[in-house]
Design a binder for this molecule. Structure first.
Ligand code: CUA
Length: 349
């Protein structure tokens, strides 16, 4: 783009300084609007939808102000030394500058920020007070390669229902997430609701989150876990209490046995060995539970919009959509069978 190149050539440029200023202003507005628009939305830690996320956002702004103060101090000193008083300073002054700006200042500022962060920590505690656990709704989340297994537990720790890549939770209720993984480390993060928590094989990490606003949010894996790390997102839908109860009842009663043709093909081609669909013979545990798949906002862990075409595409060649996925390609199935299975899955609600 010639105008930008000319802008760097200074006095030899034939454009007027005013047009440069206008260009710079346009660029600034563009950058600022891009930066600010990323502060809101369904996946922003700066647009909190719960108390834990509000603490994280507050900590960010405090750190931002602290960082800005340090930056202003450093740049101001640089400006003073290069533009205001350019002659050499005495050894004594230099010593004081090093002592105050190199030791006392950083210790004071970093100490204050650390104290504040530690003071905030109890509010972001992963666990509620002892004894309170029994009272919290528990959702077990397993980080798989590369999707999320989501199990709703009952009061005694039994599995009430299982789903995948979606978390439906009630508004205004603290929910306890128990996190685990069978093979590699992931990190469970719903920016709108709180901080992240590592998902580590061989141990159960817990984090309690509350959503104070109903809505749809997006969660992600925040730890590099393999080829499709960037393709393992999930949807968090926060519902009013009654709507949540209705959803729970609907899901507990879900029955995928209608749509006989599609289900027949699904079972005949062995899909049920890896996937479960409630109310049918499909009870595989390796892959995502597909009960009520049609009601999900996306497929393949937030990778594709949930359409019949995309479901068919994924069945044919999962590895092309998600590198490293464990599901094999089913491109050898007759085209009509794939379409029928996809239509059946899309119809599950
Ligand atoms: Cu799972 Cu990154």
């Amino acid at each position: 783009m010639p105008p930008f190149r000319l802008a760097h050539q200074g006095k030899t440029c034939s454009d007027s300084p005013r047009s440069h200023a206008r260009l710079r202003a346009v660029a600034l507005v563009f950058l600022l609007s891009a930066a600010l628009s990323s502060c809101s939305g369904i996946q922003s830690a700066l647009d909190p939808a719960g108390p834990e996320a509000e603490d994280v956002a507050t900590l960010f702004y405090v750190m931002l102000v602290g960082g800005a103060a340090i930056w202003v101090g450093v740049v101001g000193t640089l400006f003073y030394a290069t533009r205001v008083r350019r002659e050499p300073h005495s050894e004594r002054t230099a010593g004081w500058v090093i002592l105050l700006c190199g030791a006392v200042g950083p210790v004071f500022i970093l100490g204050a920020l650390l104290t504040y962060a530690v003071w905030l920590l109890p509010n972001m505690r992963p666990w509620t007070a002892p004894g309170e656990e029994g009272g919290l709704r528990q959702i077990e989340v397993t980080g798989e390669q590369f999707w999320w297994r989501v199990r709703y537990l009952d009061a005694s720790g039994g599995v009430l229902l299982e789903t995948a890549n979606e978390i439906i939770m009630p508004v205004g209720e603290r929910v306890l997430f128990s996190l685990n993984a069978p093979d590699v480390i992931h990190s469970f993060w719903i920016p709108s609701l709180g901080g992240k928590m590592d998902v580590i094989p061989g141990r159960i990490n817990r984090i309690a989150l509350e959503a104070s606003k109903a809505g749809v949010y997006r969660g992600v894996c925040a730890e590099f876990c393999g080829a499709s790390h960037a393709l393992m997102a999930f949807t968090v839908e926060v519902l009013e209490a009654e709507a949540f109860d209705a959803w729970l009842q609907q899901r507990l009663a879900a029955d995928g046995s209608s749509g006989a043709d599609g289900l027949g093909l699904f079972l005949r081609h062995g899909c049920g060995a890896c996937h479960t669909i409630a109310g049918t013979q499909a009870d595989g545990k390796i892959g995502p539970n597909l009960t009520a798949l049609g009601a999900r906002g996306s497929i393949a862990a937030g990778t594709l919009p949930n359409t019949q075409d995309n479901i068919a595409r994924f069945i044919r060649s999962p590895g092309e959509i998600k590198p490293g996925v464990h599901m094999p390609s089913f491109a050898m199935l007759p085209e009509g069978d794939v379409e029928t299975i996809a239509a059946y899955l899309k119809g599950l609600e």
